[in-house]
Design a protein around this ligand. Structure first.
Ligand SMILES: *Cc1c(COP(=O)(O)O)cnc(C)c1O
Length: 356
Protein backbone atom coordinates (compact mmCIF):
# COMPACT_ATOMS: atom_id res chain seq x y z
CA UNK A 1 0.00 0.00 0.00
CA UNK A 2 1.21 3.54 -0.83
CA UNK A 3 2.23 5.49 2.25
CA UNK A 4 0.84 8.90 3.12
CA UNK A 5 3.96 10.83 2.20
CA UNK A 6 4.48 14.09 4.11
CA UNK A 7 8.23 14.18 3.45
CA UNK A 8 9.79 17.63 3.12
CA UNK A 9 12.13 16.68 0.29
CA UNK A 10 12.78 14.58 -1.64
CA UNK A 11 9.06 14.18 -1.45
CA UNK A 12 5.89 12.88 -3.00
CA UNK A 13 5.51 12.76 -6.79
CA UNK A 14 2.38 11.92 -8.79
CA UNK A 15 1.92 8.16 -9.01
CA UNK A 16 1.69 8.27 -12.81
CA UNK A 17 5.00 10.14 -12.98
CA UNK A 18 6.63 7.33 -11.02
CA UNK A 19 5.18 4.69 -13.31
CA UNK A 20 6.22 6.58 -16.45
CA UNK A 21 9.71 7.14 -15.00
CA UNK A 22 10.09 3.44 -14.31
CA UNK A 23 8.96 2.63 -17.82
CA UNK A 24 11.49 5.09 -19.28
CA UNK A 25 14.30 3.45 -17.35
CA UNK A 26 13.24 0.16 -18.86
CA UNK A 27 12.46 1.26 -22.41
CA UNK A 28 12.41 4.96 -23.27
CA UNK A 29 9.82 5.92 -25.91
CA UNK A 30 9.92 2.33 -27.20
CA UNK A 31 13.45 2.88 -28.52
CA UNK A 32 14.84 -0.33 -27.09
CA UNK A 33 17.04 1.87 -24.90
CA UNK A 34 16.81 3.13 -21.34
CA UNK A 35 16.64 6.88 -20.68
CA UNK A 36 19.81 6.17 -18.67
CA UNK A 37 21.55 4.97 -21.81
CA UNK A 38 20.90 7.75 -24.31
CA UNK A 39 23.36 10.54 -25.15
CA UNK A 40 22.51 14.01 -23.93
CA UNK A 41 23.18 15.44 -27.41
CA UNK A 42 20.74 13.15 -29.19
CA UNK A 43 17.58 14.47 -30.76
CA UNK A 44 15.70 12.28 -28.26
CA UNK A 45 17.01 14.24 -25.33
CA UNK A 46 16.75 17.53 -27.20
CA UNK A 47 13.01 16.85 -27.50
CA UNK A 48 12.85 16.31 -23.72
CA UNK A 49 14.63 19.60 -23.00
CA UNK A 50 12.62 21.57 -25.54
CA UNK A 51 9.30 20.31 -24.22
CA UNK A 52 10.27 20.93 -20.59
CA UNK A 53 11.35 24.49 -21.38
CA UNK A 54 8.21 25.26 -23.32
CA UNK A 55 5.99 23.86 -20.55
CA UNK A 56 7.81 25.97 -17.96
CA UNK A 57 7.41 29.09 -20.08
CA UNK A 58 3.74 28.31 -20.56
CA UNK A 59 3.01 27.59 -16.88
CA UNK A 60 4.96 30.64 -15.69
CA UNK A 61 3.79 32.84 -18.56
CA UNK A 62 7.29 33.91 -19.50
CA UNK A 63 8.31 35.59 -22.73
CA UNK A 64 11.58 35.81 -24.59
CA UNK A 65 13.28 37.98 -21.94
CA UNK A 66 13.68 34.94 -19.72
CA UNK A 67 15.96 31.93 -20.20
CA UNK A 68 15.36 28.52 -18.64
CA UNK A 69 18.33 26.47 -17.42
CA UNK A 70 18.70 23.03 -15.88
CA UNK A 71 21.81 22.98 -13.71
CA UNK A 72 23.56 20.72 -11.25
CA UNK A 73 24.36 21.21 -7.61
CA UNK A 74 21.02 21.79 -5.93
CA UNK A 75 19.68 25.09 -4.65
CA UNK A 76 22.72 25.26 -2.38
CA UNK A 77 24.95 25.87 -5.39
CA UNK A 78 22.73 28.78 -6.36
CA UNK A 79 23.47 30.43 -2.99
CA UNK A 80 26.98 30.94 -4.42
CA UNK A 81 26.31 31.09 -8.17
CA UNK A 82 23.84 33.98 -7.91
CA UNK A 83 26.22 36.44 -6.23
CA UNK A 84 29.17 35.21 -8.30
CA UNK A 85 27.29 36.25 -11.46
CA UNK A 86 25.31 39.25 -10.18
CA UNK A 87 27.24 40.96 -7.39
CA UNK A 88 30.64 42.57 -7.85
CA UNK A 89 33.26 43.22 -5.17
CA UNK A 90 32.31 46.37 -3.29
CA UNK A 91 28.69 46.29 -4.47
CA UNK A 92 25.73 45.55 -2.21
CA UNK A 93 22.87 43.09 -2.51
CA UNK A 94 19.87 43.04 -0.18
CA UNK A 95 18.68 39.82 1.41
CA UNK A 96 15.69 38.77 3.48
CA UNK A 97 16.68 36.60 6.40
CA UNK A 98 13.50 34.63 7.06
CA UNK A 99 14.85 31.19 7.77
CA UNK A 100 17.58 28.65 7.61
CA UNK A 101 17.87 28.62 3.80
CA UNK A 102 17.92 32.40 3.44
CA UNK A 103 20.58 32.61 6.14
CA UNK A 104 22.74 30.18 4.20
CA UNK A 105 22.31 32.23 1.03
CA UNK A 106 23.45 35.34 2.94
CA UNK A 107 26.57 33.59 4.17
CA UNK A 108 27.57 32.65 0.64
CA UNK A 109 26.82 36.09 -0.84
CA UNK A 110 29.22 37.68 1.64
CA UNK A 111 32.05 35.86 -0.12
CA UNK A 112 31.41 37.98 -3.23
CA UNK A 113 30.24 41.43 -2.11
CA UNK A 114 28.40 43.32 0.61
CA UNK A 115 25.14 42.04 2.02
CA UNK A 116 22.47 44.33 3.41
CA UNK A 117 19.94 42.39 5.47
CA UNK A 118 16.80 44.26 4.47
CA UNK A 119 14.51 42.23 6.72
CA UNK A 120 15.03 39.60 9.37
CA UNK A 121 12.59 37.53 11.40
CA UNK A 122 15.32 36.13 13.63
CA UNK A 123 13.95 38.02 16.65
CA UNK A 124 10.99 35.63 16.80
CA UNK A 125 12.68 32.46 15.64
CA UNK A 126 11.66 33.02 12.00
CA UNK A 127 7.98 32.45 12.80
CA UNK A 128 6.74 35.30 10.60
CA UNK A 129 7.48 37.18 7.36
CA UNK A 130 8.64 40.79 7.50
CA UNK A 131 6.61 43.36 5.62
CA UNK A 132 6.93 47.04 4.92
CA UNK A 133 10.72 47.29 4.85
CA UNK A 134 12.71 49.35 2.39
CA UNK A 135 15.36 48.14 0.00
CA UNK A 136 18.21 50.57 -0.75
CA UNK A 137 17.96 51.64 -4.39
CA UNK A 138 21.62 50.83 -5.05
CA UNK A 139 21.15 47.13 -4.20
CA UNK A 140 22.07 44.93 -7.14
CA UNK A 141 19.08 42.73 -6.28
CA UNK A 142 16.80 41.62 -3.45
CA UNK A 143 17.05 37.94 -2.56
CA UNK A 144 14.32 36.14 -0.66
CA UNK A 145 12.98 32.63 -0.05
CA UNK A 146 9.37 32.42 -1.20
CA UNK A 147 8.57 29.50 1.11
CA UNK A 148 10.53 28.70 4.24
CA UNK A 149 10.51 24.92 4.14
CA UNK A 150 11.89 24.41 7.64
CA UNK A 151 10.03 27.11 9.57
CA UNK A 152 6.70 26.83 7.76
CA UNK A 153 6.23 30.42 6.59
CA UNK A 154 5.48 31.64 3.07
CA UNK A 155 5.32 34.97 1.29
CA UNK A 156 1.72 35.47 0.14
CA UNK A 157 2.57 38.66 -1.73
CA UNK A 158 5.70 39.89 -3.48
CA UNK A 159 8.17 42.11 -1.63
CA UNK A 160 7.93 45.66 -2.93
CA UNK A 161 11.10 46.90 -4.57
CA UNK A 162 12.43 48.51 -7.71
CA UNK A 163 15.59 46.39 -7.77
CA UNK A 164 15.65 42.99 -9.51
CA UNK A 165 13.98 40.25 -7.48
CA UNK A 166 15.91 37.02 -6.94
CA UNK A 167 13.97 34.17 -5.38
CA UNK A 168 14.72 30.74 -3.99
CA UNK A 169 11.48 28.89 -4.84
CA UNK A 170 12.74 25.41 -4.03
CA UNK A 171 9.78 24.42 -1.91
CA UNK A 172 6.86 26.14 -3.63
CA UNK A 173 7.83 26.14 -7.29
CA UNK A 174 4.82 25.48 -9.57
CA UNK A 175 2.40 25.61 -6.63
CA UNK A 176 0.64 28.86 -7.57
CA UNK A 177 0.33 31.56 -10.22
CA UNK A 178 2.65 34.54 -9.63
CA UNK A 179 3.83 37.38 -11.89
CA UNK A 180 6.92 35.32 -12.71
CA UNK A 181 8.03 37.62 -15.50
CA UNK A 182 8.71 40.31 -12.86
CA UNK A 183 11.59 38.28 -11.44
CA UNK A 184 15.22 38.82 -12.35
CA UNK A 185 16.19 35.31 -11.31
CA UNK A 186 14.35 32.31 -9.88
CA UNK A 187 15.93 29.07 -8.78
CA UNK A 188 14.62 25.83 -7.32
CA UNK A 189 15.97 22.40 -6.55
CA UNK A 190 13.63 19.94 -8.26
CA UNK A 191 13.18 17.48 -5.43
CA UNK A 192 10.31 19.14 -3.58
CA UNK A 193 7.65 20.02 -6.09
CA UNK A 194 9.07 19.38 -9.51
CA UNK A 195 10.75 16.02 -9.79
CA UNK A 196 13.71 13.96 -8.68
CA UNK A 197 16.78 15.19 -6.82
CA UNK A 198 19.76 16.10 -8.99
CA UNK A 199 18.60 19.05 -11.03
CA UNK A 200 18.02 22.74 -10.43
CA UNK A 201 15.67 24.92 -12.37
CA UNK A 202 17.08 28.40 -12.98
CA UNK A 203 15.00 31.10 -14.68
CA UNK A 204 16.96 34.21 -15.63
CA UNK A 205 15.96 37.53 -17.12
CA UNK A 206 18.88 38.17 -19.43
CA UNK A 207 19.37 41.83 -18.51
CA UNK A 208 20.65 40.95 -15.01
CA UNK A 209 23.72 39.23 -16.51
CA UNK A 210 27.05 40.55 -17.77
CA UNK A 211 27.42 43.30 -15.17
CA UNK A 212 30.24 42.01 -12.97
CA UNK A 213 33.94 42.35 -13.70
CA UNK A 214 35.28 39.25 -11.96
CA UNK A 215 36.46 36.18 -13.83
CA UNK A 216 33.81 33.45 -13.48
CA UNK A 217 34.75 29.78 -13.87
CA UNK A 218 33.15 28.52 -17.10
CA UNK A 219 30.81 26.02 -15.41
CA UNK A 220 29.55 28.72 -12.99
CA UNK A 221 28.81 31.35 -15.65
CA UNK A 222 25.09 31.46 -16.48
CA UNK A 223 25.87 32.99 -19.88
CA UNK A 224 27.75 29.87 -20.94
CA UNK A 225 24.83 27.67 -19.96
CA UNK A 226 22.42 29.88 -21.86
CA UNK A 227 24.62 29.77 -24.94
CA UNK A 228 24.93 26.00 -24.68
CA UNK A 229 21.21 25.45 -24.03
CA UNK A 230 21.84 23.62 -20.71
CA UNK A 231 24.27 21.31 -22.55
CA UNK A 232 27.57 22.87 -21.47
CA UNK A 233 28.42 19.53 -19.90
CA UNK A 234 26.39 16.37 -19.33
CA UNK A 235 23.17 17.43 -17.65
CA UNK A 236 21.24 15.17 -15.24
CA UNK A 237 19.28 13.54 -18.07
CA UNK A 238 17.03 11.34 -15.97
CA UNK A 239 16.21 14.03 -13.38
CA UNK A 240 15.27 16.43 -16.18
CA UNK A 241 13.04 13.76 -17.68
CA UNK A 242 11.22 13.24 -14.37
CA UNK A 243 10.70 17.02 -14.22
CA UNK A 244 9.22 16.93 -17.71
CA UNK A 245 6.77 14.21 -16.65
CA UNK A 246 5.79 16.24 -13.59
CA UNK A 247 5.31 19.38 -15.69
CA UNK A 248 3.07 17.45 -18.08
CA UNK A 249 1.07 16.26 -15.09
CA UNK A 250 0.70 19.80 -13.71
CA UNK A 251 -0.56 21.07 -17.05
CA UNK A 252 -2.96 18.16 -17.51
CA UNK A 253 -4.42 18.64 -14.02
CA UNK A 254 -5.20 22.29 -14.73
CA UNK A 255 -1.97 24.26 -14.30
CA UNK A 256 -0.83 26.52 -11.49
CA UNK A 257 -4.29 27.88 -10.62
CA UNK A 258 -5.45 24.32 -9.94
CA UNK A 259 -2.28 23.55 -7.94
CA UNK A 260 -2.98 26.59 -5.78
CA UNK A 261 -6.61 25.62 -5.31
CA UNK A 262 -5.62 22.16 -4.09
CA UNK A 263 -2.89 23.57 -1.85
CA UNK A 264 -5.43 25.86 -0.20
CA UNK A 265 -7.84 22.98 0.33
CA UNK A 266 -5.18 20.76 1.90
CA UNK A 267 -3.65 23.46 4.10
CA UNK A 268 -7.07 24.86 4.99
CA UNK A 269 -8.22 21.53 6.38
CA UNK A 270 -5.01 20.98 8.30
CA UNK A 271 -4.76 24.46 9.85
CA UNK A 272 -8.48 24.52 10.73
CA UNK A 273 -8.10 21.24 12.55
CA UNK A 274 -4.97 22.47 14.34
CA UNK A 275 -6.97 25.39 15.67
CA UNK A 276 -9.82 23.29 17.00
CA UNK A 277 -7.69 20.70 18.80
CA UNK A 278 -6.06 21.96 22.01
CA UNK A 279 -3.51 19.14 21.86
CA UNK A 280 -1.82 20.83 18.89
CA UNK A 281 -0.46 24.33 18.49
CA UNK A 282 0.58 26.08 15.27
CA UNK A 283 3.82 28.02 15.75
CA UNK A 284 3.87 30.62 12.97
CA UNK A 285 1.95 33.86 12.41
CA UNK A 286 -1.44 33.03 10.93
CA UNK A 287 -1.22 35.30 7.87
CA UNK A 288 2.22 33.92 6.97
CA UNK A 289 1.45 30.22 7.21
CA UNK A 290 2.86 28.11 4.44
CA UNK A 291 0.52 26.18 2.15
CA UNK A 292 3.34 23.71 1.54
CA UNK A 293 4.89 23.00 4.96
CA UNK A 294 2.76 23.22 8.10
CA UNK A 295 4.89 23.51 11.25
CA UNK A 296 3.35 23.00 14.69
CA UNK A 297 3.98 21.52 18.12
CA UNK A 298 2.08 19.50 20.67
CA UNK A 299 0.86 21.38 23.71
CA UNK A 300 2.25 18.57 25.83
CA UNK A 301 5.69 17.82 24.35
CA UNK A 302 5.68 14.42 25.99
CA UNK A 303 2.95 13.32 23.61
CA UNK A 304 5.07 14.06 20.57
CA UNK A 305 6.85 10.72 20.47
CA UNK A 306 3.64 8.68 20.93
CA UNK A 307 1.95 10.78 18.23
CA UNK A 308 4.80 10.18 15.80
CA UNK A 309 4.52 6.50 16.64
CA UNK A 310 0.81 6.58 15.78
CA UNK A 311 1.65 8.26 12.47
CA UNK A 312 4.07 5.49 11.65
CA UNK A 313 1.54 2.81 12.52
CA UNK A 314 -0.95 4.45 10.18
CA UNK A 315 1.41 4.55 7.21
CA UNK A 316 2.26 8.25 7.51
CA UNK A 317 5.82 9.34 6.92
CA UNK A 318 7.71 12.63 7.25
CA UNK A 319 5.80 14.19 10.16
CA UNK A 320 8.75 14.90 12.44
CA UNK A 321 9.91 18.52 12.41
CA UNK A 322 13.30 19.62 11.08
CA UNK A 323 16.12 18.92 13.53
CA UNK A 324 16.76 22.66 13.92
CA UNK A 325 13.24 23.66 15.02
CA UNK A 326 11.81 20.44 16.48
CA UNK A 327 8.08 19.83 16.79
CA UNK A 328 6.11 18.52 13.85
CA UNK A 329 6.00 19.37 10.18
CA UNK A 330 3.62 18.16 7.54
CA UNK A 331 4.68 18.87 3.96
CA UNK A 332 1.84 19.08 1.45
CA UNK A 333 3.33 19.44 -2.00
CA UNK A 334 1.46 19.43 -5.32
CA UNK A 335 1.18 15.66 -5.62
CA UNK A 336 -0.18 15.03 -2.11
CA UNK A 337 -3.77 13.79 -2.39
CA UNK A 338 -6.44 15.38 -0.22
CA UNK A 339 -7.11 11.89 1.20
CA UNK A 340 -3.72 11.95 2.88
CA UNK A 341 -4.56 15.17 4.71
CA UNK A 342 -7.98 13.78 5.62
CA UNK A 343 -6.35 10.66 7.04
CA UNK A 344 -3.86 12.75 9.00
CA UNK A 345 -6.54 15.03 10.41
CA UNK A 346 -8.57 12.02 11.48
CA UNK A 347 -5.54 10.63 13.27
CA UNK A 348 -5.04 13.96 15.07
CA UNK A 349 -8.64 13.89 16.25
CA UNK A 350 -8.49 10.28 17.39
CA UNK A 351 -5.22 10.90 19.18
CA UNK A 352 -6.62 13.99 20.91
CA UNK A 353 -9.70 12.10 22.07
CA UNK A 354 -7.59 9.32 23.45
CA UNK A 355 -5.27 11.63 25.37
CA UNK A 356 -7.65 14.30 26.68
C1 LIG B 1 15.62 22.16 0.23
C2 LIG B 1 15.91 23.59 0.06
C3 LIG B 1 17.19 24.05 -0.31
C4 LIG B 1 18.37 23.13 -0.49
O1 LIG B 1 18.30 22.41 -1.65
P1 LIG B 1 19.47 21.42 -2.10
O2 LIG B 1 18.97 20.91 -3.39
O3 LIG B 1 19.61 20.39 -1.04
O4 LIG B 1 20.72 22.23 -2.25
C5 LIG B 1 17.34 25.41 -0.51
N1 LIG B 1 16.33 26.27 -0.34
C6 LIG B 1 15.09 25.87 0.02
C7 LIG B 1 14.01 26.86 0.19
C8 LIG B 1 14.85 24.51 0.23
O5 LIG B 1 13.62 24.11 0.60
Amino acid sequence: MKMHNFNSGPSILPQEVLIQSAEAIHNFNNLGLSILEIGHRTSWFKDVLDEAISLIKELMQLGSDHEILFLHGGATTQFMQVPMNLLDNGETASYCDNGIWGSKAIKEAKLFGNVHVAASSKDKGHTYINKGFTVPADSKYLHYTTNNTVEGTQWHSLPETEVPLVADMSSDIFSRPLPYSNFGLIYAGAQKNMGAAGVNLVVIRKDVLGKVQRAIPAIMDYRNHIEAGSLLNTPPVFAIYVSLLTLRWIKKEGGLAEMEKRAKQRAGLLYNTLETLPAFKPTVAKEDRSLMNAVFVMTNPELEAPFLDACKQNGMIGVKGHRSVGGLRVSMYNALPMESVEAFVQLMKDFSDKHS
